[in-house]
Design a protein around this ligand. Structure first.
Ligand code: DC
Length: 231
């Protein structure tokens, strides 16, 4: 069967990774969570005091970037790809609210984007990939056969993220999570380099009122149509 490229973009906490993972499992495609790559660089910057409240040493970040490696390795126990920063598994550390607070400024830096976009294009060059992020359909794979743009109300998204963080045992307030979701939307959509926007040929899905199963089947059907060359 012919393999295609599936780009899933959208606002934060719209469930992009959930549906991307489901699709990749079903189609036996590679799944790439590009947000995890930006988060890993952010964790690196936090650990090295390059970014902190009121501080962002952009030049230092750019200088050290060639020495930072971000890669995915498969966890054989779960079957999921996990992210490694300079050889260390940071899958858990990158999901905190603190990393979420700093990731959008880090993702505005063109040198960071260039490095990660090149890596993403290399991973997906043979197709058979489902990639989620903010610029996949517009910049990373503008020729992707299927582009989805996901959205939901800020409250719905913050509620999902809040429950996820509580489920991990993190202590967070709903208001802080909501504020972070809104602030990240603002930075991600207004940055100069590759702002979050719907590609002209992307299909928009608002899943505020959709359950996971309906959403999966809707997108899977779109993928099957593309694979069969029906669209
Ligand atoms: O998908 P996520 O919430 O884990 O992404 C974290 C941040 O990374 C997001 O707020 C913006 C940035 N990002 C990006 O700029 N481009 C991507 N392709 C993926 C994420």
């Amino acid at each position: 069967m012919r393999k295609i490229t599936i780009a899933i973009d959208g606002y934060s906490s719209t469930g992009k990774s959930t549906v991307a993972k489901q699709l990749a499992d079903w189609l036996e495609y590679i799944y790439v969570d590009t947000g995890a790559m930006y988060r890993a660089i952010t964790l690196f910057a936090m650990r090295n005091k390059i970014i902190a409240p009121e501080t962002f040493q952009v030049e230092r970040l750019i200088e050290t970037l060639p020495n930072v490696t971000v890669e995915f390795k498969r966890n054989n126990a779960t079957g999921n790809a996990e992210i490694f920063l300079n050889g260390q598994n940071v899958e858990r550390e990158i999901r905190t609210l603190e990393v979420s607070e700093f990731v959008s400024p880090i993702a505005t830096v063109p040198e960071v984007r260039k490095k990660l976009v090149q890596q993403q294009q290399e991973i997906g060059k043979e197709k058979g990939v489902v990639m989620d992020g903010r610029d996949i359909g517009t910049v990373v794979f503008p020729g992707a056969e299927l582009k989805i743009f996901m959205n939901a109300s800020a409250e719905t998204r913050a509620k999902r993220r809040y429950e996820e963080l509580l489920g991990r045992g993190d202590t967070v307030s709903f208001d802080d999570v909501l504020r972070n979701v809104v602030e990240r939307d603002r930075i991600d959509t207004t940055r100069e380099d590759s702002p979050l926007r719907k590609a002209d040929d992307a299909i928009e899905i608002d899943n505020s009122e959709m359950n996971l199963e309906d959403q999966f089947h809707t997108i899977l059907q779109l993928a099957k149509d593309r694979i069969a060359g029906r669209v």
